[in-house]
Design a protein around this ligand. Structure first.
Ligand SMILES: Nc1ncnc2c1ncn2[C@@H]1O[C@H](COP(=O)(O)OP(=O)(O)OP(=O)(O)O)[C@@H](O)[C@H]1O
Ligand SMILES: [Mg+2]
Length: 386
């Protein structure tokens, strides 16, 4: 079972390349499901046929689906939201306020994750390809399991001590309705946690960053690369799309080639050692199976298995130093990591870069020690423990 996510800035070619990959994989015999998690779906347009919110057969071994987020929110959260809201009303909250309070953060992302989890568990597919929304939302999606953890801790353990707005709810957490809510939450998040285990397993999940040779696109691709690494997701391939080929010598084409050449070489340096593919700019619209096949042929060679893990790097190492010290090394892509904050809490190392926060779970040996020095070196976070 493989899960491959295509992500990148708006309009770079995520849908086109994920559809082409799905087509190629299906031709090679993999039972492939391509899912669009982007609320602004364009998978139907790309295949030039009407998909629905459940897997629709496209051709042999290939199914496509556009997630209906509202329906899924209702499916996965409906019961919980209703019981939470009812509980709040019994505690004296106004109906409207109770409804508002019962809306939890990230419901859309959680619903999408649960849907993907369900399909991954079904045993019906060898490969699930996710055509994601532009970068920002994808990062939100994959950081959701962490956020949920935090949220539950805040809501249940902190509030159990009896502070804040949830006090009336949590005083009754031992009563039947409270227990029902708690149980529903556990079931819901059980699914997300199980999916996360698959998402951070590089043998199962790969992230493929799609980009064009342009300044802002490159910058966003690199930033997202840092965040994916931060969350422990494996980026196995970079797809540089819309490359103007050598043919044609109009002034416009020449100047485009010159500009692109600069960003192509910059991209190569920045993403090394992650492999990179270049896909030419085609003339005309890329819509329908025939055109998608052209893109697939330009992307993968005839015998190439597009579901392979193209790259996998060991991202974390621990070395024992002399004098009882240990050195933890964690690789990050070399991108603008100048300022960061690091704190240790129990067996967690909490790293903050910009406005993203990530906890790194420490191996037992390090959990008992204290970090004495931390620095970024050669694209690596190096922390000394004593
Ligand atoms: N290599 C290419 N040559 C020519 N046209 C391309 C190429 N790749 C993509 N396109 C076209 O560019 C447009 C945008 O591509 P696509 O929809 O795949 O991007 P996207 O990243 O999914 O966009 P969005 O962020 O809106 O979801 C489409 O019309 C597509 O047909
Ligand atoms: Mg798209």
């Amino acid at each position: 079972m493989r899960i491959i996510l295509y992500t990148g800035k708006g309009g770079v070619g995520k849908t086109t390349l994920s559809a082409a990959t799905a087509l190629k994989a299906a031709q090679m015999g993999y039972r492939t499901l391509i899912i669009s998690t982007d609320p602004a779906h364009s998978l139907s347009d790309s295949f030039d046929l009407q998909l629905s919110d459940e897997p629709t057969s496209i051709r042999e071994n290939l199914w496509g689906q556009e997630i209906n987020v509202l329906k899924d929110i209702h499916k996965y959260w409906g019961e919980l939201q209703a019981s939470l809201s009812a509980l709040l009303v019994t505690k004296g909250f106004d109906n409207v306020v109770a409804d508002e309070l019962a809306v939890m953060p990230g419901m859309e992302e959680v619903a999408s994750l649960l849907h993907v989890h369900e399909k991954a568990q079904s045993g019906q597919f060898d490969l699930i390809i996710l055509d994601c929304a532009p970068t920002g939302e994808t990062i939100r999606l994959i950081s959701m399991p962490d956020i949920i953890d935090w949220y539950i801790e805040k809501m249940f353990s902190i509030s159990l001590k009896g502070a804040g707005i949830f006090e009336p709810v949590l005083k009754s957490a031992l009563a039947i309705p409270g227990q029902a809510v708690f149980k529903a939450i556990q079931t819901l998040f059980g699914g997300v946690t199980a999916l996360q285990a698959q998402l951070i397993d590089p043998a199962i999940t790969s992230i493929r960053v799609v980009m064009n040779p342009e300044k802002m696109v490159l910058k966003e691709a690199l930033r997202s690369f840092t965040y994916f690494s931060l969350f422990g997701y494996n980026v196995d391939l970079v797809l540089l799309n819309r490359i103007v080929e050598e043919t044609g010598d109009s002034e416009l084409l020449q100047s485009m080639r010159t500009v692109q050449a600069g960003y192509i070489s910059q991209a190569k340096t920045s993403f090394t050692p992650v492999p990179m593919k270049q896909i030419p700019l085609f003339v005309g619209e890329i819509v329908g199976l025939e055109n998608l096949e052209k893109i697939a042929k330009a992307t993968f060679s005839a015998q190439e298995d597009p579901t392979q893990v193209y790259f996998q790097e060991k991202i974390q190492e621990v070395h024992k130093l002399e004098g009882g010290e240990y050195l933890l090394k964690r690789r990050f892509p070399p991108f603008e990591i100048e300022r960061f904050d690091l704190r240790k809490k129990g067996d967690e190392l909490i790293l903050t870069i910009g406005n993203v926060r990530r906890s790194i779970i420490l191996p037992q040996t390090l959990a008992m020690l204290e970090p004495v020095k931390a620095e970024f070196r050669n694209g690596e976070l190096q922390v000394r423990f004593r």
